[in-house]
Design a protein. Sequence first.
Length: 496
Amino acid sequence: MDRDLTGSRAILIGNSTYRDPAIPDIPGASLGVQAMSDLLTGELCGWPADRIQELVNVASPPELARGILAAIEDVESAGVLLLYYVGHGQRTTYGQLALTVGDTDLAPRALPHTAILYDAIADILRGCQAATKLVILDCCHAELGTKANYQFLSADLADAYPVDGLYFIGASRTNEKAKASLAPGLTYFTRAFIDVVQTGIPGKPPVLRLDQIFAELRSRMLRADLPEPVESGIRGAHQIPFARNAAPPQTHVDLEEELRRMKERLAELEPERHIPTSSADELTDTSESHGRSPGEADLQPEALASVKPDVTTQGDADEVGALLVITGYEFYDAGDDYHALEAFDDAIGAGHPDWVPAAYVGLGYVLSDQGHDIDLAEQAFEKAMLSGHPVWAPAAEEAWDYLQGTRGGDWGPAARMGLGDALREHGDLDGAQAAYQQAIDSGHAEWAPAAMVRLGALLGDEGHDGSQLDTGGARSNAPTAARVAAAGTETEQPDP
């Protein structure tokens, strides 16, 4: 892996022993620091040994703060700052995440003053000029740390450097505890993280990004019935190359390269495809073409291609992204996989945060159609899932779960539902209603009820009582993810 880390810094923090008898010792904490150091400086990650700073069994918050401040002094703007903490995470009475040190007192009034608040660490990290910052917290209540990440977006202090990207991984959700064995050994989270890197991930590129490692880590933790890890990010830090893929080289798959090859293969097959015909003048107006009901027999892919937005000549990323996504779904519904891939790829290139996840969902549909390329489809759905988008991430998770059970199948109803989502987001409610209804009419066991939920939500938004909802042959037990995507909301666990 060709990268220069001489201007970067990894700060590894771990506390194994505590003076307060109410705080149990964690033998694996100091072992975790050493294991993470060995991983980073090994051949898979390639960090220079002198760029690793270990802070083990620190007694007080001021001592830990001074250690972090000293470690970040020589970090360069083009470098990477990585902070890893393993130990106890406690929740203050004000809902803040407090990371314990040797002299921490668990009494509620003493806790904020004898443990170091993650907010304080975030403030220190914000003052580092490294453009990319990575935070890994192996502790209870780790998700509370995401509340402090707003600090990385603020630039009101002259001595602070706004980051190009922040990626945060935590071992537990807000109200959950991480797990560690009472016997000497690594904590479960750290052990799983290191195992993912050391074993690699088949079906992924030769170099693994941190978000790809997280997705596999999350999957392994859930399969082992361990607490679900969490992640959040600002800008593009999750895409940073983190480690060489230790899986056998013959199992490596590069999504971008495979998409390019697939488009070439589809282009070769294009002259042989049967393409429906229609008059091109029906599609000369872009807005009119996107108001059409999806899946009509007279849809002409070549005509759609002639009106597809050009991302190099139009400046509104929101508008361009929306039109490209809608066009991609229409291509796919018309049986034109090549132009669908091209439209979704261009939508990703447009870079709008609302439409890039939508495009990855569309890519997943195209790639998995009839088992076309399941591994690449999974990667596309994973990208959309990791975006955290309130509509497209749940839709991608639902599709990914379905894909695990079928490994390919009929994605036509799913594509119509995706087109409905895109049209609804773009304000074309009539087109969205028609798309959802077509998915319902398909009677598909999974996608018809999901589309019914989305259509019900759409009619509710428009003030209808649901009497216009034609359920057809759809079942009523739509997946929960579909309900979340239809409502466009996120749920939060209540404070205790």
